[in-house]
Design a protein around this ligand. Structure first.
Ligand SMILES: Cc1ncc(COP(=O)(O)O)c(C=O)c1O
Length: 340
């Protein structure tokens, strides 16, 4: 970005926007100039007590404790064919994260749930994702939240315009062991906005030509990726996954554990177990996969030097992906319909 101060010393007055209309126009132009792959279709903020569909005003205050101190929590839910997938499971985790972060709820659970559904409805989005935050709120720039006026709920509906990404992932991805320190379990089990380690881990992976970094925990066991859980299929056809006590308890991973029972019934899997997984055990496995709302079930074809299944996605991983996609499309107990 050009530095307007250096370039425009003579036109310094241009920097001072004397009307909010001017600020709005510049914000609108800024948004229109961003040729991103995501579109923001609607935003709710309890500060303005309503929903906007204008990306130029999808903004949050600078003095919000979430902005300058990272005192906020968030969660997501996928929107598929006009339904929200696993909304209540994500909402439970969201409220647990808020309670661990000592953020009071601005409204009760039912009201938060209703607002989230209404935001999707206002967006008219039938396939995309809903992301929402609870913040300690604006008030001042101090470390203590005691000056925060009121906790705040924000929500946004995002439509991803990059269909190619899905195709790349279905062919399988490469991962590396992350050298970025993993979060302490107290913080890893909470979905707070403090994602600096996660961002650095993702960047490290991208710099190495990989899709994600895999964290090991303080005892050297396989932990999780920066925004996904990990699972393996052993040579004995057992689906194994790390315990959730030191990592985020993934809604997708938990659902996969349930859906995988169907592969036991079909004789494709012999067992399903949460356990401590060593690196050696993971690298000896037949299949490795990433699990998360963003990737669903994504085959890993390479972890560091180890190649899984001759570099092709494994059968069980593909079966689990099909099961979760089917579940998203048709499972009545776990889908919330949005009235548009
Ligand atoms: C650190 C971390 N682990 C795991 C997950 C997977 O969780 P979910 O399946 O609920 O998206 C996420 C995604 O939000 C994450 O950020």
């Amino acid at each position: 970005m050009k530095d307007p101060w250096r370039l425009n010393v003579a036109n310094f007055k241009r920097l001072i926007m004397r009307s909010s209309q001017k600020a709005y126009e510049r914000m609108k132009a800024f948004r229109e100039n961003i040729k991103g792959k995501q579109q923001y279709l609607a935003m709710y903020s309890s500060i303005f007590g309503g929903i906007t569909t204008d990306p130029a005003v999808m903004i949050i205050p600078m003095d919000d404790h979430m902005v300058h101190r990272g005192h906020g929590v968030f969660d997501t839910a996928a929107i598929m064919d006009g339904y929200l997938y696993e909304l209540d499971q994500h909402l439970d985790r969201f409220l647990n994260s808020a309670s661990r972060s000592k953020i009071d709820l601005p409204f009760d659970r039912e009201s938060i749930r209703r607002i989230l559904i209404q935001t999707v409805s206002a967006s008219k989005c039938r396939n995309g994702s809903l992301r929402y935050w609870l913040s300690a709120g604006p008030g001042d720039f101090n470390l203590s939240p005691s000056g925060c006026h009121q906790s705040v709920l924000y929500a946004i509906v995002i439509q991803d315009m990059s269909p190619a990404a899905g195709a790349v992932k279905s062919r399988g991805v490469k991962v590396i062991t992350s050298s970025i320190p993993i979060k302490h379990p107290k913080f890893a089990i909470t979905k707070s906005v403090n994602y600096l380690p996660n961002v650095l881990s993702k960047m490290e992976a991208e710099e190495a030509g990989a899709f994600a970094g895999i964290w090991l925990d303080d005892e050297g066991f396989v932990a999780e990726g920066p925004n996904m859980n990990v699972a393996f299929v052993t040579k004995e056809k057992e689906l194994i996954m790390p315990h959730f006590d030191k990592i985020l308890s993934g809604c997708t991973a938990k659902r996969v554990l349930t859906l995988a029972e169907r592969l036991i019934e079909k004789g494709k899997l012999r067992g399903i177990r949460k356990k401590n997984v060593t690196v050696e055990e993971g690298k000896k496995a037949d299949e490795m996969m990433l699990l998360g709302s963003g990737v669903l079930v994504c085959p890993v074809v390479q972890w560091d030097e180890k190649i899984f299944g001759d570099g092709k996605p494994g059968d069980i991983t593909e079966d689990l992906l099909n099961l979760i996609v089917e579940d998203m499309k048709s499972s009545p107990s776990i889908r919330t319909s949005v009235l548009y």
